[in-house]
Design a protein around this ligand. Structure first.
Ligand code: SAM
Length: 281
């Protein structure tokens, strides 16, 4: 049967929403076309796109579909003031009490964000002269980026501004120079001490509930992922996450995200930094 490009795009949007909760706006046609090409490559498929989408709807190649349509842009110490807040406001209490801090990174992408959280813990320990015990659970819906994160090997450019002045990357990474067709590149590999602090798992934020205990976390990072959801779904994700945050715990949101209905239950303590004051009633 004949169909138009718009039919294909509408089908992609419907599938993506039902599998991930991601809502693609109407001006994303070029992006959808590029991601369809990626999907075909990932599935090693050269046939009719509607047949492939129908097959995905039946439960085949679902992982390849999700991995093709997520946007994974991230970098070390993105919005670095959040890590400064973690180091200077949150972590000293844990250093002083000796209590373990439990942190959650809810859309960890290729791992730069949870590794930045872990480096911040080590830096705070060094500055305060006290060992801080910490664990970080990092999740994402995209299995490819989780694999990349668990590997912990990144390209490094000397001119990169990714690391703030208070972090010495040489304390946390081993450097290796790799020759390739376009010359040489520097690779950095996360050390085992950082890796031991983090566990990576696949998880869909659109799932009806999350596999964590009530008030499990002292800190939740939920940054630059809510933007892919409708306002209603953002609200629902935030409410689910909130159950797992302790009273007094901190929620960090991305630069263009806001706490929606949680605004009545949190205190704003910095730029997109919210402390939980009470449970939702
Ligand atoms: C733009 S990246 C943000 C990464 C990091 N939090 C940061 O701020 O740099 C968004 C991530 O959200 C993930 N994501 C999208 N939809 C998701 C869902 N329904 N459940 C879990 N993760 C999702 C994507 O796979 C992607 O890695």
């Amino acid at each position: 049967m004949a169909y138009t490009t718009q039919d294909v795009h509408n089908k992609v949007k419907k599938l993506l929403y039902s599998l991930t909760g991601i809502t693609l706006s109407d001006n994303k046609d070029i992006m959808i076309s590029n991601r369809i090409d990626k999907l075909k490559r990932n599935c090693k498929y050269s046939g009719d796109i509607m047949d492939l989408l129908n097959s995905i709807e039946q439960g085949n190649n679902v992982t390849e579909f999700i991995n093709s349509f997520t946007t994974n842009k991230t970098h070390f110490f993105r919005e670095d003031f959040h890590f400064v807040d973690l180091k200077d406001r949150v972590l000293p209490a844990f250093a002083n009490s000796g209590t373990k801090i439990n942190m959650y990174c809810s859309a960890s992408s290729t791992g730069e964000e949870p590794y930045s959280m872990a480096m911040t813990v080590f830096k705070a320990s060094e500055e305060l002269g006290k060992n801080i015990s910490a664990s970080i659970i990092a999740t994402d819906i995209d299995t490819n980026v989780l694999q990349y994160a668990a590997n912990g090997i990144y390209r490094y450019s000397k001119s990169s501004k990714e690391f703030p002045s208070w972090i010495r990357p040489q304390n946390f990474f081993k450097r290796r120079i790799q020759k390739n067709l376009s010359g040489e590149e520097i690779l950095i590999k996360v050390n085992d001490e950082l890796k031991r602090m983090i566990t990576f798992h696949v998880m869909n934020l659109s799932d009806p509930s999350y596999p964590f205990a009530k008030n499990q976390f002292d800190v939740i990072f939920c940054r630059n992922v809510l933007i892919y959801f409708s306002a209603e779904d953002q609200n629902s994700i935030l409410k689910k996450l909130f159950k797992h945050l302790k009273i007094g715990g901190t929620l960090y949101l991305g630069h263009s995200e806001n706490p929606q209905d949680l605004v009545h239950y949190v205190k704003r303590v910095g730029q997109n930094i919210f402390v939980k004051e009470k449970e939702i009633v």
